[in-house]
Design a protein around this ligand. Structure first.
Ligand SMILES: C[S@@+](CC[C@H](N)C(=O)[O-])C[C@H]1O[C@@H](n2cnc3c(N)ncnc32)[C@H](O)[C@@H]1O
Length: 826
């Protein structure tokens, strides 16, 4: 705490002009000058941001701290490397952390930035789009010059957009866009009132510009109000053609009608209608070749970005965000159903990776901010890098089989690499491994899946700010030939959509089945978490499928899990669901008839003719009839009834025994997490050598900063109670808290959740093919943990050596640090 007290003291003195920061630091005689200087310097840099957070959260009132002390503590808590003190101060700050984080997140939403540093940025330029339905760029420039502005011609670099006084330039990307110094106010200007100019941020102009419909085209603007992009589209198509604009909100639609009137747009047809209910096969849309999709995103989503502390409200927000994400996906899929569709632009005002839908088409090669790897074809926009509001744009273009669309003048269309989704299946987990120990053996047997331990996605998103107005413009000749789609083409386009929306990495099991690296664990429906409403569960599964998480893990003993999967599969038009089930027989004779009957039962429940993957579980190795069962399973695999033969909770000794008998094992499902690294001791190596993948369960519960749960009420599900026991044997509550703090620090640097970091850590282990994250299906108040799940497996989330070192500094102190050392990581 001495560091913070001293830093605050120095800031106090600096405010009173008692010396320069550096001098004050050196004169302080503090024993560790370097961190003190860094803290003081950084705190001063973020001073106004920190002050706003502290004031908004009423921190001073609640803690009786002085402002500068609060500033240095809040800096390290939220922005710096994490608190470097312990004891009462730390406890107090952690108590307030969720609220402080919320304020910070809201500030970012408001200012449309994703990084803390961006809060320090200067105000964004004022963009003015010339409405070419009513005037020309030349005329508008002339008028403005006569009105006292000085025109500097077309910008050629980002720096040219930094303007002062009455200077303005033409944008280097969009020629109908004029750029003025920040805060230039045009609301009372004649050109604005007459609809000759539209006050529209550059980022918001990108979607229509990139869609680039030719004059006369038939277009759908799916979520159109208040109509900025609609008017821009009208301008691009020279006010000729048909522009079908839909919006669910009647009030916004009426504002839009006024805006379009003022802008002189006449080619539109407005409808107060749910776009998802628009029939793509209706004759009136038969010539629609272009779709602009600009669906709603949420502002409040950001609030829960950094909150790992759970609360009922957080859950609600997450559920809402997940629903919104699902809505966006559905809109996209729906947009792709129009039979003659050639191009679709998807845009969102979000700049956060979790909310944006990275896409396929390579846009504006000069644009500095690209989508995250591997989706660099898309554009991102943000105040710091592009001097615009935050935005994301993706362009999909249909291509007929081999052919590719020709390129638009300013839009480069990349190939869409087909990697069609692949179906599969799978299931449960069981016993213990030698490394895995007795403890888990018995317990796992009775509660087959600790996998779904947590799961905590939080799809982040944010509200697109109120866009100003806008207008149309001409420009593109765009178009492109291509004739109408047939169902084959649509299928292809539809597939592109999945690939774009859900870059969920896949892994192939040895029998060829490709599965997602994050699997949806269905243990939750087994009854251990309370009653399940099957239809609701089926409905909830769709959100996972839509997000590209197509692999489900279940078991014949997980209550209605197999039936629910079967119902989802029957009603699901998405190709390529994978189901991995488990065969968990009661101890008894294991003849072929018994085994076959069990498999047939699973197949009937799952509505499949063969099983993607059967994971065999056995309760007691002393009863060697597991070898009989595996022999029959292997035969049935040869006969085509099973694609992948796998195990669950088998130990390394039995893995060796089984494989030495010539039985090919594809995967073994085991508990493996930051606090249970037993598989790292031996199993990992054996699996790597024998091409067996580990599918793991046991993620982190969100207990950061919480008091230790002990009562039954607190440990209200089997997985919570099991997980708590694991924490106790691993190293206890206090060490676990240290681990969570370390994870939280890492999570903060990657702008993701603790759960994502924990999952990523396991995913990066050698031999780990996939991590099972429990999905919450049809359970009230549980939220849908999509975002974190997607983030965990996103290639963009890469843990650095420094991250690993920080995590392992804690895990090494555990009682069971098996394999926690880097040497064992492949
Ligand atoms: C981000 S705003 C669109 C902004 C608009 N494209 C523009 O540039 O001015 C999203 C719009 O989608 C509308 N919306 C939400 N759900 C919808 C649905 N199911 N069908 C049609 N519109 C919907 C909202 O009412 C909101 O006006």
């Amino acid at each position: 705490m001495a560091l913070y007290v001293k830093a605050a003291e120095i800031l106090d003195k600096a405010e009173k002009k008692q010396g320069a920061l550096k001098t004050l630091v050196y004169d302080s005689k503090f024993e560790n000058i370097k961190p003190l200087f860094a803290l003081v310097l950084e705190t001063q840099k973020f001073s106004s941001v920190l002050e706003e957070i502290i004031v908004s959260s009423k921190l001073l009132k609640q803690t009786k701290m002085r402002m500068n002390l609060a500033k240095v503590l809040v800096f390290d808590l939220l922005i710096g490397q994490g608190l470097k003190c312990g004891g009462a101060w730390k406890t107090m700050m952690i108590k307030h952390r969720a609220r402080l984080q919320s304020v910070l997140a809201r500030m970012k939403v408001k200012q449309k930035v994703s990084k803390n540093e961006d809060l320090l940025r200067p105000a964004s330029s004022r963009y003015v789009r010339v409405n070419t339905v009513k005037t020309t760029v030349e005329d508008a420039v002339d008028y403005l010059k006569r009105d006292g502005f000085s025109y500097l011609g077309q910008a050629s670099r980002l720096e040219d957009l930094t303007l002062k006084e009455k200077y303005f330039v033409m944008d280097m990307h969009l020629p109908e866009l004029l750029v003025f110094p920040p805060n230039t106010d045009f609301h009372d200007h004649f050109l604005y009132k007459a609809g000759h100019i539209i006050l529209q941020d550059k980022a918001s102009c990108l979607p229509a510009y990139l869609l680039n419909p030719p004059a006369g085209a038939h277009i759908i603007d799916a979520c159109a109000a208040p109509g900025n992009k609609t008017s821009h589209l009208a301008a691009i198509m020279k006010n000729k053609g048909k522009l079908f604009a839909f919006d669910l909100d009647a009030k916004r639609l009426s504002t839009m009608a006024t805006l379009l009137l003022r802008s002189g747009v006449t080619c539109h047809q407005l409808a107060n209608q749910d776009f998802l209910k628009v029939d793509p096969d209706s004759p009136q849309f038969k010539d629609v070749e272009y779709v602009l999709l600009d669906p709603s995103c949420s502002g409040s989503g950001m609030v829960c970005l950094r909150d790992d502390a759970s609360s009922a409200d957080q859950e609600k927000v997450k559920a809402r965000l997940a629903a919104l994400a699902c809505f966006q996906l559905r809109c996209l899929n729906h947009g792709l159903k129009f039979p003659r569709l050639k191009r679709l632009v998807y845009s969102t005002c979000s700049i956060h990776s979790q909310e944006t839908r990275e896409s396929l088409v390579n846009l504006l090669s000069q644009w500095p901010e690209r989508g995250l790897e591997p989706l660099t074809q898309c554009l991102r926009a943000n105040p710091a890098k592009t001097r615009t509001h935050g935005f994301f744009v993706a362009l999909l273009e249909k291509h007929n089989g081999a052919g590719r669309k020709k390129q638009e003048p300013s839009v480069q269309i990349s190939a869409q690499e087909a990697t069609p989704p692949i179906p599969s299946t799978r299931r449960k987990r069981p016993a213990a491994s030698d490394e895995e120990s007795d403890a888990s053996e018995t317990e796992d047997k009775q509660t087959p899946a600790a996998d779904q331990a947590d799961g905590t996605p939080s799809r982040r998103r944010r509200e697109r700010g109120e866009e100003e107005e806008e207008e149309e413009e001409e420009s593109g000749n765009g178009g492109n030939g291509g004739n109408g789609g047939n169902s084959g083409v649509i299928e292809e386009t539809r597939w592109d959509c999945y690939s774009m929306m859900s870059p969920v990495p896949k892994v192939r099991l040895s029998g060829g089945l490709e599965i997602c690296r994050v699997l949806n664990g269905m243990w939750q429906v087994s009854g251990a978490h309370g009653a399940v409403n099957n239809p609701k569960a089926v409905e909830a599964m769709q959100a996972y499928v839509d997000a590209g998480l197509t692999t489900f893990d279940m078991a014949d003993i997980y209550g209605p899990a197999e039936d629910i999967f079967g119902q989802c599969k029957s009603g699901n038009s998405t190709p390529g669901l994978q189901s991995l089930t488990k065969y968990v027989p009661r101890p008894g004779p294991m003849d072929r008839k018994v085994v076959l009957k069990a498999l047939q039962r699973s197949m009937a429940r799952m509505h499949v003719d063969s099983l993607d993957c059967v994971q065999f579980h056995w309760w007691d190795y002393r009863d060697e009839r597991y070898l009989d069962a595996l022999g029959h399973l292997s035969d049935l695999q040869q006969e085509g009834l099973i694609r992948e033969l796998s195990l669950t909770n088998f130990d390394t000794q039995r893995l060796e025994e089984i494989t030495s008998r010539g039985i090919r094992i594809s995967s073994n499902q085991v508990q493996y997490s930051l606090i249970d690294q037993r598989p790292a001791a031996r199993m990992e190596q054996f699996c790597v050598a024998n091409n067996i993948l580990l599918l793991t369960y046991g993620t982190l519960e969100r207990y950061l900063g919480k008091t230790e749960p002990n009562s039954r009420a607190e440990l209200y599900t089997a997985s919570l109670s099991k997980y708590k026991k694991m924490i106790d044997s691993w190293g206890g509550w206090s060490l676990f808290q240290d681990l969570l703090v370390a994870l939280e620090t890492v999570a903060r640097t990657h702008d993701c959740s603790v759960a994502s970091v924990a999952t990523r850590y396991v995913l990066d282990r050698p031999a780990v093919g996939g991590v099972i994250v429990g999905c919450r299906l049809g359970v009230s108040g549980a939220g849908q943990h999509l975002s974190d799940t997607l983030r965990s497996c996103s290639p963009a989330l890469k843990l650095t050596e420094g991250d690993l070192a920080a995590i392992e500094t804690v895990t090494r102190r555990s009682r069971t640090p098996h394999g926690a050392h880097r040497g064992l990581r492949g």
